[in-house]
Write a protein that binds this ligand. Structure first.
Ligand code: GLY
Length: 373
């Protein structure tokens, strides 16, 4: 059997495992069957996977006699809405899914967030299993129990913490992703090194090209180390009262560029996070927290990974400093009117800063190439 990793998210009676490796989807029933009180479950899948990954999962369940029906959700962020949530809950009730039954989410972050939220509210909380099929979902959104739909006023504003009972990350499914999406997911892997594990960052400097080329052993190792890093943080701070906020490294800057590019294909979320991390480290140097060599290493690795490491690499003309500051002051991490940034003392050593003024931020963004108006 090819390499397989197991990571445990330690949360007392809600502890669960993440299984990572090649062929995990075809062997899914081995991991799922012991969790079921009766041989029945529901699958919620990305409609784009109806002919590729869904049949593999269904065959695995059929082989061991687990009865199941599946519900397809259209791909894309637009599916994270009340209408889709309501239809999904009606369907799950029509399938007579009980509180102790499991609902499987098969897809990327959209499917995981929507299905997880439906599971959180169905019968006041039903069990669910994440089978993430994008790199970003495997290393980030499927772990830790954040579930949500979007509101007209912002992304992920209506949701709940609801932990899955199991996460199955099959690295074979990543082989069908467009390279740009693999790169965007890779940015979240780099994030774990940059925010708390300098040795992992150095490993990525050595092995990142193999990961991006989907080398099986390198990819499984990178996903497993990322999952281990996230699991440890979630175990210590499940509800984000402190340390979990470090997972937002690069996000305050990144979200501003996503907002200004209109959440379109100009900038994928992971690409925005990649450039956001470069800015967070440059800002840390400008404020005297971080050695320039560490910021340069991050920037070089982001560039070597074909991710944006300077503002002019984001193809929508010049960004106005004032518009960027305005977007950042609307970020959902703003607390008591004060912006919050994750800044760095160095690679692998980050902290929460809530003493950044708008004037200081504007001056920094101008120095980074933003426009004066
Ligand atoms: N994606 C950040 C978190 O789960 O906290």
């Amino acid at each position: 059997m090819s390499v397989q990793h197991k990571v445990t998210v330690e949360l007392g009676e809600r502890t669960y495992e993440i299984i990572i490796g090649s062929g995990v989807l075809a062997r899914a029933a081995t991991h799922i069957a012991p969790l079921l009180p009766r041989p029945k479950l529901a699958i919620v899948a990305d409609a784009n996977l109806a002919e590729s990954h869904l049949p593999i999962l269904r065959a695995a369940l059929n082989d061991v006699g687990i009865a199941h029906e599946s519900y397809l959700v259209p791909s894309g962020e637009a599916s994270k809405n009340f209408g889709q949530l309501s239809d999904l809950c009606d369907w799950l009730l029509a399938q007579k899914i009980e509180r102790n039954d499991c609902i499987i989410a098969l897809g990327g972050g959209v499917i995981g967030d929507l299905t997880g939220f439906a599971a959180a509210i169905l019968r006041r909380g039903t069990r669910f299993i994440q089978i993430p099929t994008t790199l970003l979902a495997q290393v980030d959104s499927s772990i830790g129990g954040k579930t949500a739909i979007n509101a007209p006023s912002g992304k992920n504003l209506i949701g709940a913490f609801h932990q899955p009972d199991l996460v199955l990350a099959d690295i074979d499914v990543l082989k069908t992703l467009p390279p740009r999406e693999v790169g965007a997911g890779y940015a979240e892997i780099v994030k774990y090194g940059a925010l708390g594990d300098k040795a992992f960052f150095a490993w990525l400097e050595e092995n990142g090209a193999k990961v991006l080329a989907l080398d099986e052993a390198a990819m499984a190792e990178a996903v497993a180390r990322s999952c281990r890093a996230k699991a440890a943080i979630v175990a210590r701070d499940e509800r984000e009262t402190g340390e979990r906020a470090l997972l937002n490294l690069g996000h305050t800057f990144g979200h501003a560029f996503e907002a200004l590019t209109g959440y379109d294909n100009t900038l994928l979320h992971g690409e925005a996070v990649a450039y956001g991390m470069v800015l967070a480290f440059n800002f840390s140097v400008a404020r005297g927290h971080c050695a320039p060599e560490d910021a340069a290493r991050l920037k070089d690795h982001i560039g070597a990974s074909h991710l944006p490491q300077k503002m002019s690499a984001i193809g929508k003309g010049k960004f106005a400093a004032d518009a960027l500051v305005e977007a950042m002051s609307q970020d959902k991490k703003v607390l008591n009117g004060q912006m919050r940034f994750i800044l760095a003392n160095g690679l692998g050593d980050t902290f929460i800063a809530d003493d950044v003024s708008q004037d200081e931020l504007r001056a920094f963004l101008l120095a980074e190439g933003a426009g004066a108006a």
